[in-house]
Design a protein around this ligand. Structure first.
Ligand code: FES
Length: 141
């Protein structure tokens, strides 16, 4: 077998990403980008009574970004916001069977997109999010 730097799970989520698309009546939408590679990710959330009942994403990004976003959406769907916030990018990478170190930053993009969408959800409710989120999108200085 040829040695690929990616696990079977990474390849599976890259070839058949779950939860790709948009949610027309989303109540939390977040977009983040990585200024270095230029990849962009958009996440849509449908939250009811603090539960993430639906989640979808769209990305203009690399394979690792697609795989990690796909995995994140599977991991947080049906969970409460509180539980979803406990899922770190490392946990996502582990669930995928690991990522090459050079690709770990791609998993950060997925985590950031989720946080950004949750921040938007709280803003729409007129509330402060119960976590700290600093957008890296415009972080070019
Ligand atoms: S190289 Fe940009 S997110 Fe992976």
């Amino acid at each position: 077998m040829e040695q690929l730097p990616y696990s079977e799970k990474v390849m599976d989520h890259f070839m058949n990403p779950r939860n790709v698309g948009e949610i027309p009546d989303a109540n939390g939408i977040g977009t983040v980008g990585n200024p270095i590679c230029g990849d962009v990710m958009k996440m849509f959330l449908k939250i009811e009574n603090d539960i993430i009942v639906d989640i979808k994403f769209k990305t203009f990004g690399c394979g690792a970004a697609i795989s990690t976003s796909s995995m994140v959406t599977e991991m947080v769907k049906g969970k409460s916001i509180e539980e979803a916030l406990k899922i770190s990018n490392k946990a996502v990478a582990e669930a995928l069977g690991g990522l090459p170190p050079i690709k770990m930053h791609c998993s950060v993009l997925a985590e950031q997109a989720l946080k950004s969408a949750l921040t938007d959800y709280y803003k729409r409710q007129g509330k402060e999010p119960p976590f700290k989120f600093t957008e890296h999108t415009h972080d070019e200085h």
